[in-house]
Design a protein around this ligand. Structure first.
Ligand code: HEC
Length: 147
C-alpha cells in the first residue's frame, strides 16, 4: 500500500507538473478563453431553452448548474496578468488588471449564476427570469474587452 502510494505520488507529480509561479502567457490566455468559452456555451444553451428556441426543457437545470460552476472558474482564469505578453490573440483590455472593479464583476456573475441555478433547481421560474437579466456579461465586456 505504502509502495503504491509512493508510485502514485510520482505519477501525479508528472501529470500535474505545476509551474512554480506563472504559466507561459500564451497558455494562460488560452486557458482563460477555454473557461470563458464554457461560460458562453452554457449561457447560450440555457437561453435557447428558456426562450423556447429548442425544446430541451429537461436540460435547463443542467446548463444552469454548469454555467454556475464554470462562472466560479473565471477567478482562476483571470489570476495571471498577461498584459503585453504572449502571441495568443486576446480581447482582454489592460484595464481589466487595474483594480478590484473587474474582480467585482466576476464575483457578481458568480453570485447571479449560482442564484439562477438554485432558482431553476427549486422550480422558482419567476426568479429565473428576474436574475437572467443581471448576469453582467455585456456590461463587463463593454468595459473590459476590445471590439
Ligand atoms: C467581469 C468581467 C466579465 C464578465 C462578468 C463576463 N465576461 Fe466574458 N469575457 C471577459 C473578458 C475580459 C473576455 C476576454 C478573454 C480574452 O480574450 O482574454 C471574455 C471573453 C468571453 C468569451 C469569448 C471566449 C473566447 O473563446 O475567446 C465569451 C463567449 C464570454 N466571455 C461569455 C461571457 C458570458 C456569457 C458572460 C455572462 C454569463 C460573461 N462572459 C461574463 C470578461 C467578462
Amino acid at each position: 500500500m505504502k509502495k503504491l502510494l509512493a508510485v502514485m505520488a510520482v505519477i501525479m507529480a508528472g501529470v500535474y507538473a505545476a509551474p512554480a509561479q506563472a504559466a507561459d502567457p500564451d497558455e494562460a490566455i488560452k486557458y482563460r478563453k477555454y473557461v470563458m468559452g464554457t461560460v458562453g456555451d452554457h449561457t447560450q444553451a440555457f437561453f435557447a431553452i428558456l426562450q423556447g428556441k429548442v425544446p430541451h426543457t429537461g436540460e435547463l437545470a443542467y446548463h444552469a448548474r454548469a454555467l454556475a460552476e464554470a462562472a466560479k472558474r473565471t477567478k482562476a482564469a483571470f489570476e495571471q496578468n498577461t498584459a503585453g505578453q504572449g502571441n495568443e490573440p486576446t480581447t482582454t483590455l489592460d484595464s481589466a488588471w487595474d483594480g478590484p472593479q473587474f474582480q467585482a464583476g466576476l464575483d457578481k456573475m458568480i453570485d447571479a449564476t449560482e442564484s439562477m441555478a438554485v432558482a431553476v433547481e427549486t422550480g422558482d421560474m419567476a426568479s429565473v427570469g428576474a436574475i437572467a437579466g443581471t448576469l453582467g456579461c455585456k456590461g463587463c465586456h463593454d468595459n473590459y474587452r476590445s471590439k
